[in-house]
Write a protein that binds this ligand. Structure first.
Ligand code: FES
Length: 172
């Protein structure tokens, strides 16, 4: 068993209530991602130990689900809505403008880790199509930015890239 570091001990404490053979794997992974924003290799190893599984089994299960991530998230995530109402109103153009402005791929992030763009699914706020959601880790905020066009998307991406907060972008 690897040496017990401070971070391993913290992860272990976070998931202490979960037990082997109780169908707890997904709940355990969700608990960690909610706390840290992603599943580190270390976290997957601790989960495997806690639930008496192989690390490869834990990774295999986690990688099956799109919601789990294995790299630290960007400070600000722009989640692009891929739903039909947003697509019908030039959602594809919004996506292309965001990716080109930030020079990233879908589900990637800028080199400095400041801004990422992630694929999102319809959340039912279609009256604001086309839209994105801005998720900010530091403030735990999640804002809908709707009625976008390509020019607004470029301004939004530039402002976030240059350090504006979601609140500042919305006010501006
Ligand atoms: S299709 Fe984008 S919010 Fe519904």
């Amino acid at each position: 068993m690897p040496l017990e570091t401070e971070s391993r001990a913290q992860i272990r404490a976070l998931i202490a209530e979960f037990r082997p053979n109780h169908g707890d794997l997904l709940a355990t992974l969700h608990r960690i991602q909610h706390e840290y924003g992603y599943l580190s290799r270390e976290a997957l190893e601790v989960v495997a130990e806690q639930l008496h599984l192989f690390a490869a089994q834990v990774y295999g299960a986690a990688s099956y689900y799109e919601e789990f991530r294995f790299e630290p998230p960007a400070a600000v995530d722009i989640r692009w809505c891929s739903g039909p109402a947003c697509r019908a109103r030039n959602g594809g153009g919004i996506r292309d403008a965001l990716l080109a402005t930030l020079a990233v791929q879908m589900n990637g992030q800028t080199e400095d880790g400041r801004v990422g763009v992630r694929l999102g699914q319809c959340i039912g706020t279609c009256e604001l199509a086309p839209q994105v959601w801005i998720e900010e880790r530091a403030s735990h905020t999640n804002e809908v930015v709707g009625n976008l066009n390509a020019a607004k998307a470029v301004r939004l991406a530039r402002a976030l890239r240059d350090g504006a907060t979601a609140q500042e972008v919305l006010r501006g």
